[in-house]
Design a protein around this ligand. Structure first.
Ligand code: HEC
Ligand code: HEC
Length: 434
């Protein structure tokens, strides 16, 4: 580990004073922000994360859409799920496919989801900590937890396995997909746990973790969550070093950008706290493309979960840690670059109205998907625009450049390279996405 330069307190204070911040800088992240996990659980989770054995047709792994090579996402606006081949931008539907397999939302990066304060999962928060819900975690209707899990993250990870487009496959193809299509959710999870338990290596390692019980989906969940928490922790960026007192960690442009972020540009209103998120929901009018979560390609964000008109087009504020590595941006991946995403914030209504389909990165679905139903309908653009709750922020081009430089200072280079990295092989013997 690099030895940190301890800045003179006076120099640090005068730099801070010169920035005239409207909001306080966050406290620095510490080990205490993360629960401890044991190494056997982490290694088990790593194998499961890269193993297609968790999918109905044994053809897609978590890592296919959350790959370290693509910043723990897939580098696509909207990825292709089960049934497609390849990784990232080279992923393709095989000739003759009859299912579009287009995923309705951008695959989020997994950075720092293991920190205790991340209790809201998905772009719409449909899994989140909730003291009133069974086992303290709200789940989508019909997907009730069967056992206690340690975090919302551990509860989230058992859902992609039951999504027909993501990992389960279509009814008629395999027992998991059949159970899902008959709403036998418990059977679907039991089937996946059984697929894992048939492999002696997994059976033995899970029994070592759970007191020699037959493997249950909760065991798989816990190991995946432990792995994500360990592998995708990103807390040693230039910004972290600055917060810890190293005055020289930021370049002058990055320091000016930080001043704008926590000051005149108002970013910290929503991107607050040590991980640059309030974990709340806001309507900022990012363009809508692809199949959507609702009919006709629509996606009304948090409203999809609550039905509350106040939540129309509100999406969760994403953390900005390692954001330079996770293009494209927005819940549907509408913007290919950070500059585009930030320019949208500076004038959201104009950004939405001017948006051009060519900006998106979408793998070819051979005419099976209509991606532009929403943006081709002026009335839909107006409806989304009407919900926007973010005022325009006039910034000069030089200020925008500084803000972008600051976002670059949120990258942790060691985390980007991967701590454990991609395994050479997984216990099922199935091909590892790499
Ligand atoms: C086909 C692509 C795909 C696969 C495979 C996939 N995911 Fe995802 N993942 C997504 C998308 C898209 C979302 C966002 C969905 C939404 O918000 O509605 C997501 C969301 C998540 C989240 C929530 C992140 C956040 O910030 O809220 C976690 C955690 C996650 N996935 C982990 C996993 C794990 C673990 C697996 C394997 C069991 C997996 N994913 C398999 C595409 C995928
Ligand atoms: C009103 C709350 C709010 C404010 C203020 C705000 N943002 Fe955001 N930001 C969001 C939300 C919500 C999203 C996700 C929108 C979506 O996915 O549709 C987002 C997304 C982003 C993204 C894309 C991240 C990703 O992973 O896709 C970046 C980059 C970003 N914001 C930077 C900024 C910067 C820089 C500022 C200050 C100029 C700012 N934000 C101000 C709420 C806000």
């Amino acid at each position: 580990m690099r030895k940190w330069v301890t800045a003179g307190l006076a120099g640090f204070m005068s730099l801070l004073a010169s920035l005239s911040l409207a909001a306080d800088l966050p406290r620095s992240v510490t080990h205490g922000d993360f629960p401890k996990h044991d190494i056997d659980g982490i290694l088990l989770g790593r194998d499961l994360f890269y193993d297609p054995v968790l999918s109905g047709n044994r053809n897609i792994a978590c890592a296919t859409c959350h790959h370290p090579r693509h910043g723990s996402s897939d580098a696509m606006s909207l990825g292709l799920g089960e049934g497609a081949d390849g990784l990232g931008p080279s992923r393709r539907l095989p000739a003759g496919s009859t299912v579009p397999a287009r995923i309705p939302r951008n695959a989020p990066a997994l950075w720092n989801l293991g920190a205790r304060e991340f209790t809201v999962m998905f772009h719409d928060g449909r899994t989140m900590a909730d003291a009133a819900a069974p086992y303290g975690i709200a789940m989508p209707d019909g997907f009730a937890l069967e056992r206690a899990l340690p975090s919302a993250l551990a509860a989230q990870v058992i859902l992609p396995m039951l999504s027909s487009e993501e990992m389960a496959g279509q009814p008629g193809e395999n027992p998991v997909a059949n159970a899902v299509s008959d709403s036998r959710i418990s059977d679907a999870w039991a089937q996946i746990a059984a697929q894992v338990a048939t492999i002696p290596n997994y059976d033995m390692r899970i029994r070592r973790q759970n007191g020699d019980q037959p493997p249950h989906i909760a065991d798989v969940a816990q190991a995946l969550a432990d792995f994500i928490a360990f592998e995708f922790r990103a807390t040693d960026s230039p910004f972290d070093r600055f917060l810890a007192g190293d005055e020289t960690a930021l370049t002058p442009a990055q320091a000016r950008g930080m001043g704008l972020f926590y000051g005149a540009a108002g970013c910290a209103t929503c991107h607050s706290g040590p991980f640059q998120t309030d974990h709340g929901f806001h309507a900022i009018g990012m363009p809508q493309l692809g199949p959507g979560k609702e009919a006709g390609g629509q996606d009304r964000g948090r409203h999809y979960v609550t039905g509350d008109p106040a939540d129309l087009y509100r999406f969760r504020t994403p953390s900005l840690r390692n954001v330079a590595l996770t293009a494209p941006y927005g819940h549907a991946g509408a913007y290919p670059t950070l500059e585009d995403a930030v320019r949208h914030h500076l004038d959201p209504v104009a950004g939405l109205m001017r948006y051009q389909p060519a900006q998106a990165a979408l793998p070819d679905t051979q005419g099976l998907a209509d991606d532009w139903a929403m943006m081709n309908d002026p009335a839909q653009r107006i409806e989304i625009a009407a919900a926007i709750e973010l005022n325009p922020t006039p910034l000069s081009e030089a200020e925008l450049a500084d803000l972008l430089a600051f976002l670059d200072a949120l990258t942790d280079p060691a985390a980007a390279a991967g701590r454990l990295g991609v395994p050479n092989a997984v216990p099922s013997g199935l091909p590892v996405p790499r």
